[in-house]
Design a protein around this ligand. Sequence first.
Ligand code: ZN
Length: 263
Amino acid sequence: MKKCTIILCLLLCWIADASASSDITTMKISDDTYVMSAVDYGTNIGVISTEKGVVVIDPMPGKALLPALAKQINDLTQSQVRFVLNTHNHEDHTGGNEFFIGEGAQQFNSPDAIAEIDSLLVNSHTPKDQVFFLHRENVVFTGDVFDTSWHPTFYSGGLKGFDDAIDRILALGDEQTLIVPGHGKPADKAALRKFRKDTHDWVARVKVLHQQGLSISEMQQHPDIQSILQRFNVEQRAEFIPERAFQRFLERTVTLIETDKGA
Ligand SMILES: [Zn+2]
């Protein structure tokens, strides 16, 4: 009986561990750099081995997967996480900070002390968006200034802050630079330029329809609005975003236009 219980426990533990680790995907950029992601939130997590130790950017695969994430990072780098950095202060990016701090890591507000990582401070998704540039690997972590799995969310800086952020990101590296968004598949500068154009088209169209007196629900039914929204559906998902999110995106865009941030 006892033996059975132990075997059952081992089996259950193994299943739990196997499913947990398979829920985290790993993309190898170089021997020192990885991008990891999990189903919960789909946040892109950067893992970088530096001279000073392993740095993790936005370590949030969902609370339940934090131990599995730590184990996978240890396996990949043969080392524990030493430093935690965040692109911005939202739970889907910072939710794993405490866990890694509990494991002995230190949280840095900026990567100044780490030679391999440069940073920019911009105001687009939040008033303090931090963009990280790994110059040796030619990789940029944009945080939610850029997203390949969702519509743009430039609610803090409006179109002006968004443009400034995109310009500064485009000025980093060269045409081969890998652009890692806050969520969704890593992309390139061409995809980022397209994202900017689509965002401008979105705001311009919403502005005209709003001035014509269309309500939010009328705009939701409008073919132009629906087709511009679909341009952000990079992965061509059958159901891109929930109706409620679509409505909120329109509402927030109208608010930006009215407060002149969308102009
Ligand atoms: Zn996010």
